[in-house]
Design a protein around this ligand. Structure first.
Ligand code: HAM
Length: 415
């Protein structure tokens, strides 16, 4: 019996993993430099958290969650995103009301979508959330951090930051009425899903993937033309601060995002390198979500999540990253093993990547192994080398070799 992985799930290893680790470590240090602290969250949560947090009428909740009834009768889901979980944890751990909080998280998310380029059923997000400030300067800081996440990987030329405002609970209801009036007239041309959306949540129509609906959406009224004074002023401030920060952006009045919790600023980092899965990362402001999830106060919040799978994919298409190779392969034999192991230990403690032959095979076969591992140097420790407290060190690229004292070899530092 042979087992295979499930559709939309992947094994990640070999050279790919080098890119993953590179991206994750660059982003972790970037977020740390902005003052974010890591938050580790559970992968499984109660289904109700996502229904309430993300919204009943979103594709994620309607169609895409991996949900099941646990043995004790509880309905649970593999998390499809991190924001609802983080806010649940924030409320549950009593972190509200102690000033601005900045967290980042990294982990697997699960959505039962149709797998295609850049779209998987298990994928990884690295995200940030900032709580307890509704300042437009913060919106600009977070959108700029999303842009800078591509910049630290030297990918800024193949991504674009798009921003929009989705209004607030004051101006959105009037805008919804405009949308209903517009789409009611062309109801028969909309897909079945959009007909239901028209009844339950008309804004969701703007997020429809159906090609015919997309054409009809082009002439629909946009939120940006219908913002209240506060939202309009907030959006102007965000743009002004982005300009001050020297962050290039484009306004996309049709961006609505696939989750219901957003108000005011929404943004996406898009690329043309991933086919239809164009967003490498996305986010926005969600003041009010904490209250919706049971927090006692109307607390402000904003954040984004980057699809690490997608970022890795465009990085691999764009450039080669430095991949660390084995520094030393220590060739030793039964009677020189003790010396060999001391040298292995000493070089590893200095931070070098050091390997040796566990099978203690012949000299020829050990040199072959060194070659196969692409080691920079082989260090040969034969009996007469041990007697003179020396080793032979061979540069595997040039083939040049020389004798050096064991103490000199152990004194080498990584630059
Ligand atoms: P989202 O737009 O649903 O937002 O996802 C954020 C990013 O996750 C996307 O831009 C994409 O790069 C990646 N992503 C989503 N689905 C898939 C998939 N099936 N396969 C591969 N990558 C995927 C959120 O999840 C929000 N929680 C972001 C946020 C944080 N908003 C505020 N704070």
């Amino acid at each position: 019996m042979k087992y295979s992985k499930m559709k939309g799930f992947r094994d990640i290893f070999g050279e790919d993993i080098e890119y993953w680790q590179y991206v994750e470590s660059k982003l972790k240090s970037l977020f740390t430099s902005y003052g974010f602290k890591e938050f580790r969250l559970p992968i499984l949560e109660k289904t109700a958290l996502f229904n309430r947090g993300i919204g009943d009428t979103t594709d994620i909740v309607e169609k895409e969650m991996f949900s099941f009834e646990d043995k004790d009768g509880e309905f649970v889901s593999l998390r499809p995103e991190g924001t609802a979980s983080l806010l649940r944890a924030y409320i549950e751990n009593g972190l509200i009301n102690n000033g601005v909080k900045k967290f980042y998280y990294l982990g697997n998310m699960f959505r039962r979508e149709r797998p295609q380029k850049g779209r998987f059923r298990q994928f990884t997000q690295i995200g940030v959330e900032v709580l307890e400030s509704s300042s437009a300067l913060l919106d600009a800081e977070i959108a700029s951090l999303l842009y800078n996440s591509a910049k630290v990987l030297e990918l800024e030329n193949i991504v674009e930051l798009e921003i929009n405002s989705l209004g607030c609970k004051e101006c959105r209801p009037d805008y919804n009425e405009l949308l209903i009036a517009y789409f009611k007239n062309i109801k028969d041309e909309l897909c079945g899903d959009c007909n239901r959306r028209l009844e339950r949540n008309p804004l969701r129509i703007l997020d429809c993937k159906n090609e015919n609906c997309k054409k009809l959406i082009k002439d629909a009224p946009v939120m940006l033309d219908n913002l209240c004074c506060e939202c309009s002023d907030h959006f102007s401030q965000v743009k002004k601060h982005l300009n001050e920060m020297n962050i290039p952006y484009k306004i996309n009045p049709f961006m609505v995002r696939g989750l219901d919790y957003y108000i005011r600023t929404a943004f996406e980092l898009v690329t043309t390198m991933l086919g239809s899965a164009s967003a490498v990362g996305a986010g926005g402001r969600y003041d009010g979500l904490i209250k919706t999830l049971g927090g006692s106060k109307d607390t402000a919040g904003i954040g984004f999540a980057i699809g690490v799978d997608r970022l890795v994919e465009i990085l691999q298409q764009s450039k080669k990253i430095p991949i660390r190779q084995t520094d030393y392969f220590i060739v030793c034999f039964e009677n020189t093993l003790e010396h060999g192991l001391k040298i292995v230990k000493s070089l590893r403690e200095k931070g070098f990547i050091v390997e040796y032959d566990y099978d203690q095979s012949s000299m020829k076969s050990q040199m072959k192994k060194s070659n196969k591992l692409d080691a920079k140097f082989s260090v040969i420790i034969g009996e007469d080398e041990v007697n003179s407290l020396e080793v032979t060190i061979k540069d595997m690229l040039s083939g040049y070799q020389k004798r050096v004292s064991i103490s000199d070899l152990c004194a080498i530092n990584r630059d």
